[in-house]
Write a protein of this length. Structure first.
Lengths: 517, 231
């Protein structure tokens, strides 16, 4: 006789203990999924493409010359568009990753693990965070690069900088939620196509004048095209928009957790609060331009002197919007160089900074020439091509007396104007090509200026080219000696050629010729 | 030996006929239907919103419609039973081309519907847009075939769809000089459609190379599903 003794079963499950760290599994899973996400072809390629594009645009902008004088309220929203590529790839591939267990039939095996489905959902959302962080770092670096330039003016906004990383996060959460709601592989690509159609419909139905609230429902609203405006005139509800994006992200995250089975009070409360924040963001960003903003824009466009402060430098008044007062020295350098060539034959000059803000951030309207004597317009952009253009403006006011008069220059004075403007540049010939609309230094053409362009005939172009090849001192003394005749609209081109010592045109041109061209 | 066995395995017409019904049953109806319906809905938008009836928008909507249909057709090669079907005497080219042949008339019908839904004034040159649609579909199919060829994935549709979408986005980012998605009336239109034809040729080549089963197992097949076209 023997008794069968059954040993007690080994305990394989035990109640949760305090030393358990349930979040360690979530974080480990998030780390793993983040690495997997990076190795997906679309994410990897688009991330590389984004980084490459960011570096390329930085280098390309450096060559242009305008990058040395960034306007920070524009620089903060410039890097918003490109990260949408990363966001798109993240949306598709996170969706793919969440559906992986279902596709491989491992959902049942995961079902017996202590890590609950909602924790896995959370881990998938957390796996997007490193990508949002990379985008945040790139965007911050781009902005810091601009902000650290000595020529930077204006004020950036944190809310604008937050948009790019929030877009990536939002895309990740949308991908996860879609996978939890629709188990089909087709949902995410179809969603992207639908979203694209929606954006097309919004942008077309609007035709540029879309309802403000509809435009701002789109995650990224770049609003580029016009010249930079003072930050008080931007009228972008950037903070509300960031709140909207953040609220939407958290709302959708809450929805994903609720769908994955985490139906607890805290999750519901957080989701409700986030929903309220989203609604507040939408409500805050929806109203169009307020009356005060429209009035302020009109004042800044029509009578900028009300907003500006002026400084006197070497007998010239420089009036600028408060954010641009630091640029006075750069403008003064150009004005002084042109004045030195002209030999001080002028009345009192005023350089006035002007903007056309009435058509908003996307409107690129030309500035109307100023009528006051000795008044010179300068825009809000500087560096690169804007420098010789401003020099053309200064020279034409010195020659013609006022911008209004200068806009009608259809005679030989154009030669003097162009020589004054270009001889003051470090590299006159390349500046000549750049200020010309056709980028050439031969034949008739229009010359860009801060206000109205200046028309030049083929003979005048040839004379300017010849003058620029002569020693600057000779021409300077000739200009100073013949100033009265050179600045008179009655003087013929042959006489100007004689005064300045270049080959005269073979036949006197028709007076109206340059303007007709 | 293997090679000879394969050469002798030329299924005749009776096999073809016998395959039709099971193939119809095995078609991935969901994605195909969803793609076609989405495509038609997108093309129907100008009928609802007359603002969209401009030639530029018409071209954009037709392209989106073609893309939606191509995304649906990317799932054409999905065959959950691939592990079993690949050992049958009827080889993969036969089965795949049978599927394609069964769907081609329906796809053509859906595309004609989309073309007709766009208002007459907003329609871009039909032959050129159809070339774009055919290219998108061929690219989707080529991606799916390449995924099947290079991986053990029985359902390449998802990877092909994501890959197609990524390629389209990359195509939209191309500079004007090499652009594919040009607006109607642009001077680049003819040149762009030359490029579309080149893409189509490339897709057909990839398809032709990828569809036949490899003679031996091994190589990339053991590498698992990593080598797929999409995610």
């Amino acid at each position: 006789m023997s008794t069968t003794v059954t040993p007690p079963a080994v305990e394989v499950t035990r109640p949760p203990a305090a030393k358990d760290r349930p979040w360690a599994a979530v974080l480990a899973l998030a780390r793993f999924e983040a690495r997997e996400l990076l190795l997906h072809v679309p994410v990897f390629v688009f991330l590389l493409l984004y980084l490459g594009y960011s570096v390329y645009s930085l280098v390309a902008a450096e060559r242009d010359g305008m990058a040395d004088y960034p306007v920070l309220q524009d620089a903060d929203r410039a890097p918003q568009s490109a990260p949408q590529l990363v966001a798109l790839a993240v949306l598709l591939c996170v969706n793919h990753a969440v559906l992986r267990s279902r596709r491989h039939g491992t959902e049942r095996h995961f079902g017996v693990l202590p890590v609950r489905p909602w924790r896995r959902t959370l881990a998938h959302v957390l796996s997007v965070v490193p990508f949002a962080a990379v985008v945040a770092v790139v965007v911050t670096a781009e902005f810091a690069w601009a902000a650290l330039k000595p020529g930077a003016v204006g004020h950036g906004s944190v809310a604008e900088l937050a948009v790019a990383p929030l877009t990536v996060l939002l895309a990740g959460v949308v991908g996860v939620l879609l996978a939890r709601l629709i188990h089909s592989a087709f949902a995410a690509p179809l969603f992207v196509v639908g979203l694209y159609v929606l954006l097309v419909v919004i942008s077309v139905a609007s035709d540029g004048t879309s309802p403000h609230w509809l435009t701002w429902l789109s995650p990224v609203v770049p609003e580029t095209g016009g010249a930079p405006l003072p930050s008080a005139l931007l009228g972008r509800p950037a903070a509300w928009h960031a709140l909207y994006l953040a609220g939407l992200t958290v709302t959708l995250l809450g929805a994903a957790l609720l769908v994955s089975g985490r139906r607890t009070r805290p999750v519901a409360v957080v989701t409700a609060v986030a929903l309220a924040a989203t609604a507040a963001g939408v409500a805050g960003q929806s109203p169009g331009d307020s009356r005060q903003l429209t009035e302020a824009r009109t004042v800044a466009s029509v009578s900028p002197e009300k907003d500006q402060s002026c400084a006197l430098r070497a007998g010239v008044r420089y009036c600028a919007f408060p954010e641009w007062t630091g640029r006075t020295a750069d403008w003064a350098a150009v004005v002084e160089r042109v004045e030195r060539l002209a030999g001080g034959h002028h009345d009192r000059l005023t350089v006035r900074q002007r903007v056309e803000a009435r058509y908003g951030l996307t409107g690129d309207a030309a500035l109307v020439p100023l009528a006051g004597p000795g008044q010179i317009t300068v825009g809000t952009e500087w560096g690169g091509n804007r420098v010789p253009e401003f020099a053309v403006g200064v020279a034409s006011v010195l020659v013609a007396g006022s911008e209004k008069e200068a806009s009608g220059i259809c005679d030989a004075r154009a030669v003097t104007v162009m020589w004054l403007a270009l001889a003051a540049q470090p590299d006159p010939m390349s500046a000549f090509a750049h200020v010309r609309l056709d980028d050439g230094t031969e034949g008739p053409g229009a010359v860009l200026a801060p206000t109205e362009p200046l028309a030049m005939s083929a003979e005048q172009t040839r004379m300017v080219r010849e003058l620029l090849h002569r020693p600057s001192e000779d021409v300077t003394s000739a200009v100073r000696a013949g100033w009265t005749e050179l600045t008179s609209p009655e003087t013929s081109l042959t006489r100007v050629a004689h005064l300045l010592g270049v080959r005269a045109p073979e036949k006197e041109e028709n007076r109206d010729d340059p303007c007709a061209a | 030996m293997t090679i000879r066995a394969r050469r002798e395995r030329r299924p005749g017409l009776p096999v073809f006929g016998a395959l039709i019904r099971p193939t119809v049953r095995a078609l991935p109806r969901g994605p195909l239907l969803a793609g076609a319906v989405t495509g038609l809905l997108v093309a129907a938008l100008p009928r609802v919103l007359p603002d969209l009836g401009t030639p530029e928008t018409g071209a954009v909507l037709l392209r989106v419609s073609a893309l939606a249909m191509a995304l649906g057709l990317a799932f054409l090669l999905d065959d959950p039973s691939r592990v079993m079907t690949e050992t049958t005497p009827a080889g993969r080219p036969l089965r795949v081309h049978l599927r394609a042949a069964l769907l081609a008339p329906l796809a053509a019908l859906a595309w004609s519907g989309a073309l007709l839904l766009i208002p007459r004034d907003a329609r871009p040159p039909l032959a050129d847009v159809t070339l774009e649609a055919v290219t998108l579909t061929a690219t989707a199919l080529a991606l799916a075939a390449a995924t099947v060829r290079t991986s053990a994935e029985p359902e390449p549709g998802r990877a092909a769809a994501v890959g197609l979408l990524a390629l389209v986005v990359a195509g939209m980012l191309l500079p004007d000089r090499w652009g594919l998605f040009v607006a109607p009336g642009s001077p680049q239109w003819a040149a762009a459609h030359g490029r579309w034809a080149a893409v189509l040729a490339a897709a057909v080549i990839v398809w032709a190379v990828s569809v036949p089963e490899p003679l031996r197992r091994g190589g990339p097949r053991t590498g698992g599903i990593r080598a797929s076209a999409g995610c």
